[in-house]
Design a protein. Structure first.
Length: 275
């Protein structure tokens, strides 16, 4: 099987709203007019209702109810609105997915995204909005496989459980490629910024590539911290296993390990979008 065989099944690809794709494509444009994108979000009833429901939740603790996307932009700022639009757009890009707990999938993706954004704020090598976006979509290739080839996805899961090999090894054995490679090609097809595709492709082992990208390293560490939170590891174990060399390539400061206790308390606050 080849990656193009997955991408050819256009009816099974995640149905990401056009306005969300435009927003991500604009991340590489320094003078992008995000106000125009906000207007388009307002016209997407499903997307705007999801965002407004979240904005009015206890997580944001606003002093009054927000009733429009324009109001949300004023109250939260465009940067925050961008993250909500991206998260909501992807969370609603599929219905139920065979063999995959889609609510858990997006919940973890959002936490990785929030951790990646937090890490990006500790370095000048990575833009926070790109880090968040890369975190949301870091596992898009696996989602693609479940949508297009659910039986193969299940066979891979069985191989992992029975033999103990890594997911990437199992995918290469059953498919001839890893789903992070498929994810990159999907993002390239969608004309997303190139570094997002590279981050998706490299995030599992960023130091094994000839050119190591800082964004890939940030997503790698975000995944490490997300797994630590999910598995309820104690601080000592997290610090001991922390990927220091990856952190250096990400441009993170030497004292980043001192801030890990803060990172381990991070929650996205976006889980309702995946409901």
């Amino acid at each position: 099987m080849e990656i193009k065989d997955l991408l050819a099944q256009t009816s099974k690809l995640p149905n990401v709203p056009e306005v969300v794709r435009e927003l991500i494509q604009a991340l590489n444009q320094p003078n992008a007019d995000y106000s125009e994108i906000a207007q388009k979000v307002s016209k997407d009833q499903t997307l705007s209702l999801k965002i407004l429901r979240l904005v009015n939740s206890a997580h944001f603790g606003l002093s009054r109810k927000v009733s429009s996307i324009d109001e949300a932009t004023v109250m939260l700022g465009m940067e925050k609105l961008k993250t909500l639009v991206i998260a909501s757009g992807f969370a609603n890009s599929t219905g139920d997915v065979e063999g995959l707990d889609i609510k858990s999938f997006w919940s973890e993706s959002f936490r990785v995204a929030t951790l990646a954004k937090w890490l990006a704020e500790q370095t000048d090598k990575v833009e926070a909005d790109k880090a968040f976006t890369a975190g949301v979509i870091h596992n898009i290739g696996r989602l693609l496989l479940h949508l297009a080839q659910p039986n193969r996805a299940q066979a891979i899961q069985t191989l992992i459980e029975e033999s103990g090999v890594s997911r990437s090894e199992a995918e290469r054995e059953r498919l001839g490629f890893a789903t992070q490679d498929a994810g990159k090609e999907l993002l390239d097809m969608w004309k997303f910024p190139e570094e997002l595709g590279i981050a998706v492709q490299q995030h599992k082992k960023p130091l094994t590539f000839q050119e190591t990208q800082a964004l890939s390293c940030v997503v790698n560490i975000a995944c490490y911290l997300n797994a630590a939170i999910r598995d309820q590891k104690d601080e000592e174990a997290v610090i001991e296993g922390f990927p220091t060399e990856v952190a250096i390539h990400a441009g993170l400061p030497a004292d980043i390990v001192d801030k890990l206790p803060e990172a381990l308390t991070i929650e996205s606050g976006l889980d309702s979008l995946a409901a």
